[in-house]
Ligand binder design. Structure first.
Ligand SMILES: Nc1ncnc2c1ncn2[C@@H]1O[C@H](COP(=O)(O)OP(=O)(O)OP(=O)(O)O)[C@@H](O)[C@H]1O
Length: 240
């Protein structure tokens, strides 16, 4: 079943076609990798999917509804959540309270939010810092907390923008395990990452962009090994 779909999605910045007539389909229950060289348009796509940017042209359909001009809040309420933007931590309250606030903002009762918070802290190996202010966490711990806040009420689809960047390998594995477990439960993800081994490991399918366009899509390994994709990465490196 198709959960999310774009038709002709486009965004220009001045003379730059950051995203140019992009058609992407995300199936329910899959982890779709969105890859491409620097500046290929991935973040701009996520910005439009999550309501942070209005497209110049094209449509976005989520669960059979046209959501093209909806706000981030409207989309989050429908279950489309972009991590690391919707889920900023409050630095001056504890990790536990951050999760509690996130749960109550998603209409959970305080008791339910507290019980889910405790379970998530354990799953994300954060129990030992649960009463520390979130502002005192390391960058990786903070990202783990943001995962928890996003999943206190699991979204229908989670858009992840470079979750593994600059994160200690042990925490990266905790994050990857978290994604694997949620995927096994049927959770749908779109993952933007430059970390190709993790993309191959986690994503069943991938879409590769270059210069604002989709240049390949299909099973992840086949996409990454395809001639246009290799050429795009090599071309990008030679211009760096
Ligand atoms: N707010 C903006 N104003 C002007 N140009 C922008 C803006 N945002 C993005 N761009 C341009 O749009 C193009 C696509 O950028 P985008 O950030 O979407 O690429 P990306 O694939 O996410 O890159 P990276 O992997 O480096 O994060 C680039 O040429 C970028 O310079």
């Amino acid at each position: 079943m198709t959960l999310l779909k774009t038709n002709g999605l486009s965004k220009h910045f001045g003379g730059v076609a950051a995203v140019d007539k992009v058609d992407i389909t995300v199936q329910a229950g899959e982890i779709l990798g969105l890859v491409g060289p620097n500046g290929s348009g991935k973040t701009t796509v996520l910005n439009m999917l999550s309501g942070f940017l209005a497209p110049d042209a094209g449509e976005i359909w989520f669960a059979d509804q046209n959501v093209t001009r909806m706000s981030t809040v409207q989309l989050a309420r429908r279950g489309l959540l972009r991590m690391f933007q919707m889920t900023r931590v409050f630095p001056r309250i504890s990790c536990f309270d951050n999760l509690l606030v996130a749960g109550m903002a998603m209409d959970l009762s305080e008791r339910e939010a507290a019980s889910r918070a405790a379970a998530l802290l354990e799953e994300l190996t954060l129990t030992h810092v649960q009463y520390l202010d979130a502002g005192s966490l390391s960058g990786g711990q903070r990202k783990l907390l943001e995962f928890g806040m996003c999943f206190i009420k699991p979204p229908r689809i989670a858009l992840l923008d470079e979750p593994f960047a600059a994160v200690h390998p042990v925490m990266r594995e905790t994050m990857a395990d978290f994604i694997r477990r949620r995927h096994a439960l049927g959770q749908t993800f779109v993952l933007v990452s430059h970390d190709m081994p993790i993309v191959v490991d986690l994503c069943q399918r991938a879409v590769c962009m270059n210069l604002g366009r989709v240049i390949a899509e299909g099973p992840t390994r086949a996409v990454l090994e395809s001639a246009p994709v290799i050429e795009a990465y090599l071309g990008n490196a030679s211009h760096a």
